[in-house]
Design a protein around this ligand. Structure first.
Ligand code: ZN
Length: 479
């Protein structure tokens, strides 16, 4: 018994080291494998949906240009207080999504010149839902305490089966990969039969919280995905998401019957938000909120740019260079991105690996772009199988003239915000103040000043709305 415990502790430590060093980061591929195992045609349906989206992007005049707004609900499912991520952390994550999907990320131009010309703006705007499925006002955040300590529940059987089928060679990449895959149930071992019940977080019956209508809301579940092995916390998967599917005529059994209940994005609480204060062992590695950007890419139908294989495997996207899966460097919090520029796992295509891509498997500090074709696919998915998400747009046009005529001072403001509008009548407009995630806080007929003393310190959007046109300015409020 003692020997067994010592052995297990040793294995635990080893696995822990692999976990951190190699971190499987994204469980997308495993989620797909698991569904395919139970529903033989699942992969095919996903592929067909991708092909349809691709065709749509190639049709002339099919491309819309406007910003598409989608509502998000964040379900925080926590066992400990540390897992109960703060509102501020959630806002920071929504901000990152908005920056990355509207190409407003401050590091947008940090990438190499050669990739700037293929960088795309997805023009997708994420807002926390302000109306719940029952029509009631909401913050777009739900909080549920759970008995479940982690939704990455590795049993000892899982572990021994994995070691049985792979051995315990942690010195080679193949050995560690085999172990991680087997632990996650992706190698065709018995483990795969049961699979890891990562989707448990999506049902109140299994310690999680039920999805809000997945056709109308993007559900993001934030929970603990650390494996606990004899007291060792082992980070394995930082997040996963299911791709869109659009295939109404598939035979029974081709698709999981509960697909609508499990659609959405799951993020490990330690990889959620910007500068997560409880990042634990992954501190500094996943601090920029790009795990969620990456998973949202999967949610909108993108694959890893490696195609999860060798140089011959493809992500179906023409403007991402070929690269080999997992042969990229470890996730180092102090990485110097230019040190990675020489990486070229598939020299035949004449381009180095695109470490800048959000869908690559590289340090998030070096990621800063989606390509134009990736953006096209995501928008085609949003306007196709995910169109139920698109929120009613204002019919107003954003007016440059109005924007120039509209001034706010002082900025930063503290109590009174003065509004000046040259050449128009203020009385023809209303003023709305929104926070940075799009929630409306104040609305009033426009006057020459506005009381902002009730607002907390922070950045706000001031929207001047007329009958047919509007303008938006940013202010900061200080306290
Ligand atoms: Zn991924």
């Amino acid at each position: 018994m003692i020997l067994r415990t010592i052995t297990l502790s040793f294995i635990g430590l080893l696995l822990c080291q692999i976990g951190i060093a190699q971190s499987l980061r994204c469980g997308h591929q495993h989620a797909i494998q698991q569904q395919t195992h139970q529903h033989a045609s699942y992969k095919q349906v996903v592929q067909q949906t991708f092909n349809q989206a691709k065709r749509r992007t190639q049709e002339a005049n099919s491309r819309s240009q406007e910003i598409l707004t989608v509502p998000v609900v964040v379900h925080v499912v926590y066992n400990t207080t540390e897992q109960n991520v703060s509102d501020e952390l959630i806002y920071s994550q929504i901000n990152v999504l908005n920056e990355d999907f509207q190409r407003q990320n401050p590091d947008a131009t940090d990438g190499r010149e050669m990739f700037q010309s293929v960088s795309g703006n997805a023009k997708i705007k994420f807002v926390l839902a302000d109306i719940d499925p029952d029509g009631n006002p909401t913050t777009g955040i739900t909080r549920t305490q759970t008995e479940v300590e982690s939704f990455m529940d590795l049993s000892l059987d899982n572990i021994f089966e994995a070691i049985d089928s792979c051995g315990l060679d942690v010195t080679s990449q193949e050995g560690t990969e085999c172990l991680l895959n087997a632990l996650l149930g992706g190698t065709g071992t018995e483990t795969e039969e049961e699979g890891l019940q990562l989707d448990n977080v999506k049902s109140s019956a299994t310690g999680g919280v039920d999805a809000w209508d997945t056709e109308r809301y993007i559900n993001i579940w934030v929970c603990n995905l650390n494996a606990n092995l004899l007291g060792q916390e082992m980070p394995m998967v930082m997040g996963f998401a299911y791709p869109p599917v659009e295939a109404p005529n598939w035979p029974e059994g081709a698709l999981p019957t509960d697909l609508k209940d499990i659609d959405g994005v799951v993020i490990h609480h330690q990889a959620f938000g910007v500068d997560n204060p409880n990042a634990g062992l992954v501190e500094g590695i996943f601090k920029k909120g790009r795990t969620c950007t990456h998973e949202m890419g999967h949610y909108f139908g993108l694959r890893h740019i490696s195609g999860d294989g060798d140089c011959a495997s493809d992500d179906g996207i023409g403007d991402t260079p070929a690269e080999v899966a997992t042969q990229n460097p470890d996730l180092n919090p102090n990485v110097i991105c230019s040190d990675l520029h020489s990486i070229d796992t598939c020299p035949e295509d004449g381009l180095p690996d695109m470490i800048e891509n959000f869908m690559s498997y590289n340090p998030e500090a070096c990621q800063n772009l989606f390509t134009i074709e990736q953006v096209d696919i995501m928008r085609a998915m949003l306007e196709g199988p995910r169109s139920g998400l698109i929120m009613q747009q204002t019919t107003n046009t954003i007016s440059t003239e109005l924007h120039q005529a509209f001034t706010l001072y002082p900025n930063p403001a503290n109590s009174q915000l003065n509004i000046n509008l040259e050449g128009y009548h203020l009385s023809d407009f209303t003023i709305e103040i929104q926070n940075v995630v799009g929630q409306q806080l104040l609305s009033a007929p426009a006057q020459s000043f506005m009381d902002v003393s009730q607002l907390k310190a922070g950045i706000y959007l001031v929207r001047l709305k007329g009958e047919e046109m509007e303008a938006v300015k940013k202010i900061s409020v200080i306290r």
